[in-house]
Design a protein. Structure first.
Length: 339
C-alpha cells in the first residue's frame, strides 16, 4: 500500500513539474510574441515616418499630402458622394475582393476583428460581424446608414488604426459598404432608422458656461475628467462590450473619432458610441442642454483652421497616434500596384 502511495505521489509531482514547465514555455512565448509585436510596431512607425510627404496643411497638394495632414491630426473635408449605385451580386463580389485586399489585415477575413495586424494595435479593430457600430447618425443601439459607413471608410477614424480610404474610387467605397453589410446578420434582419439632422445654435458665453456646468453634473467628468484629460475617477475601469479595456478620449488632444466640428460632437453625445461606455445622453438632457455640452467640449479641443476646401488644420502641432501610423502604413502598402 505504501508503494502505491509513493507511486501516486511521484505521478503527481511529475504532473506538477510538467505544468510548471508548460507555464514557463507559455510565458516565454508570450514575451517573444510581445517583443515581435513591438518590433513590428516600431518598423511600421519608422516606415511611415520615412514615407512622409509634405502636408496639405502646409500648401502641398495630392493624395500623400492629405494623408500626411491626417496623420498630423487634420480633419478631412466631409465627403459629398454622388448617388449610391444599385447593389447587386457583382457589386458585392467587388466589395468582397476589395475587403480581402485592403481591410482583412485588421478586421479579419469574416469581419471578426482578428486580422494579422490587429495584434499590433492598441485600439482593436471593429468587429464588423457583430453589427454594432460606434459611428452612426442614427439613434442609440441602431444600425448605421449606408452614408455613415461610406463616411467612415472615406474619412477614417482618428485615434484608431482605421485610415482614410478617400484614394479609392467612389464606386469601390460603395462596394465596400455593400460587402460590409453582408458580414452581420443584423443588416438582413433590420434596417437603419432615419438619421438625425443637427442644426447648430449660435454660440454664446452663457451657453458655454451652462455646458461646463452640465459637463460636471451630468456625468461627463466621471470618465473624461474635470478638465477633459480622460482621467476621471471611472476612467481606469471602463471596458467595451467586447470585454476589451478602453480609455476615455482626452478631449484636449483632439483626434476625435468624428471631428471637432460642433455638429459632430453633438451627434456623438446624442447617439453615443455603441459598443463602448460612451452612452447616448438624449434621454438625460434636453436638446438645448446637449448643444451646450457640445459647445463646452468643443472649447476644450485644440483649435483648427478650416480651409475653403473643408480641410481643417490644427493651429498647433498635435502628437501623433501610433495606431494611426500603423493603419496608414497598411493603407499605403495595400494601394501599391500588384503584379
Amino acid at each position: 500500500m505504501l508503494t502505491a502511495q509513493k507511486a501516486r505521489l511521484t505521478k503527481i509531482l511529475f504532473a506538477v513539474q510538467l505544468t510548471v514547465m508548460a507555464a514557463g514555455v507559455v510565458a516565454t512565448a508570450g514575451v517573444l510574441v510581445k517583443s515581435r509585436v513591438d518590433t513590428l510596431r516600431r518598423r511600421h512607425e519608422d516606415s511611415i515616418a520615412s514615407a512622409d510627404a509634405p502636408s496639405a496643411c502646409k500648401g502641398a497638394t495630392g493624395t500623400l499630402a492629405l494623408l500626411r495632414a491626417w496623420l498630423d491630426g487634420a480633419e478631412l473635408p466631409l465627403p459629398v458622394p454622388g448617388p449610391q449605385p444599385p447593389v447587386d451580386d457583382a457589386v458585392r463580389a467587388r466589395g468582397a475582393a476589395l475587403f480581402a485586399r485592403h481591410c482583412a489585415t485588421c478586421h479579419g477575413t469574416h469581419g471578426g476583428g482578428d486580422g494579422p495586424t490587429a495584434a499590433m494595435l492598441i485600439d482593436r479593430p471593429a468587429t464588423l460581424s457583430r453589427g454594432v457600430y460606434e459611428l452612426r447618425t442614427t439613434e442609440h443601439e441602431s444600425l448605421p446608414t449606408d452614408r455613415d459607413l461610406f463616411r467612415t471608410i472615406t474619412e477614417g477614424v482618428h485615434g484608431t488604426g482605421m485610415p482614410p480610404w478617400f484614394a479609392l474610387p467612389e464606386r469601390d467605397r460603395w462596394a465596400l459598404v455593400a460587402h460590409i453589410k453582408t458580414l452581420s446578420k443584423e443588416f438582413a434582419e433590420d434596417e437603419a432608422p432615419p438619421p438625425i439632422e443637427p442644426r447648430a445654435p449660435t454660440p454664446t458665453p452663457e451657453r458655454v458656461a451652462h455646458g461646463a456646468q452640465l459637463y460636471g453634473d451630468g456625468g461627463c467628468a466621471s470618465c473624461h475628467g474635470p478638465s477633459g484629460r480622460g482621467d476621471g475617477p471611472a476612467a481606469s475601469s471602463l471596458v467595451c462590450q467586447s470585454g476589451e479595456p478602453v480609455k476615455p478620449r482626452d478631449l484636449r488632444l483632439g483626434r476625435f473619432h468624428r471631428s471637432t466640428r460642433l455638429e459632430d460632437i453633438y451627434t456623438t453625445i446624442v447617439t453615443g458610441l455603441d459598443g463602448t461606455p460612451m452612452a447616448s445622453f438624449v434621454k438625460v438632457m434636453s436638446p438645448d442642454d446637449l448643444w451646450d455640452v457640445a459647445l463646452y467640449v468643443q472649447g476644450l479641443a485644440p483649435r483648427f483652421v478650416e480651409r475653403s476646401d473643408g480641410l481643417r488644420c490644427p493651429q498647433a502641432p498635435i502628437a501623433r497616434d501610433p495606431d494611426e501610423a500603423i493603419g496608414l502604413r497598411m493603407l499605403m502598402h495595400s494601394l501599391q500596384p500588384t503584379n
